[in-house]
Design a protein around this ligand. Sequence first.
Ligand SMILES: NC(=O)c1ccc[n+]([C@@H]2O[C@H](COP(=O)([O-])OP(=O)(O)OC[C@H]3O[C@@H](n4cnc5c(N)ncnc54)[C@H](OP(=O)(O)O)[C@@H]3O)[C@@H](O)[C@H]2O)c1
Length: 281
Amino acid sequence: MIYAVTAVSGQLGREIALKLIEKVGADNVIGLARTPDHVKGLGIEVRPGDYDKPDDLCASLQGIDGLVLVSGMAPPQDRIQQHRNVIEAAKSAGVRKIVYTSIQGPDEDTAFSPVVQSNRQTEADTRASGLDWAIGRNGIYIEPDVEYIDSYRAKGEIANSAGDGKCGYTTRSELANAYTALVTQDGLNAQTVDLNGTPITQEQLAGYLNAAFAADLTYRAVSSADFVADRTAELGDFIGPIIGGIYDGISKGSYNSAGDFEAVTGRPHQSWNDYFSTFAK
Ligand SMILES: NC(=O)c1ccc[n+]([C@@H]2O[C@H](COP(=O)([O-])OP(=O)(O)OC[C@H]3O[C@@H](n4cnc5c(N)ncnc54)[C@H](OP(=O)(O)O)[C@@H]3O)[C@@H](O)[C@H]2O)c1
């Protein structure tokens, strides 16, 4: 069996490729990338894989049995067609199974919902492809909160609109373990699974960050409108409201689910104590 992973120049695609290499060997894993030059040190064959270039995709997927399609970053209206290009290329190249990295979240009433809806459309396209399939719905990455530690420390607090909502965060590394299982194990076919760790509040998140980085952060709930304005000022008109919408989803309980990680991988998701202890000095 030969496996391919798209977007291997990105962080999630790279992690999935690394876990697949561990499981089936580098000779049996092919990377696809929009920008192959961005891929360093994976030790596998990397082929062209721009979601906007159907002919390249079709050529690059020749000889592939199982494909992990990593969700793109384009605005929702463009993303659906990009993912369709990958699915159609997989069909015409004779790929047997496709696994799509989708996302959890509210499909209406938040500024993140158009992104969630576009992921739901690709889920539907995946199920309708006629190929064997599996779909993972990723929890929110926890790594950005760790990368943000200096900024949180400078403010002395985490301030957002999640309130006391719980969020089932995850890590790219744990997602990679789950996607390796999903693409290599046919017993997991035809399932849509939630991939996340134990849900925690923002206050708990502040506690974990405090312990790991000897910080003294508190959590402050702010209104949705204020948080969107704050994020838009820092991140711009496209990403700012999306981030605001994600935290609105947390406050509404959209990410407060135990998830299916253990059913997929055969073991519990890494605990947050364990994860944060890797940063403690
Ligand atoms: N769960 C979460 O919290 C969360 C947060 C953010 C994003 N996401 C989703 O998860 C996905 C993967 O995340 P990540 O951490 O790996 O992001 P990342 O490190 O920023 O990587 C994004 C990847 O997408 C590739 N890409 C962008 N446009 C493409 C196109 N037209 N065709 C092919 N590849 C394209 C980039 O390729 P280049 O090297 O050519 O730029 C890069 O490899 C994201 O794309 C997004 O859908 C999830």
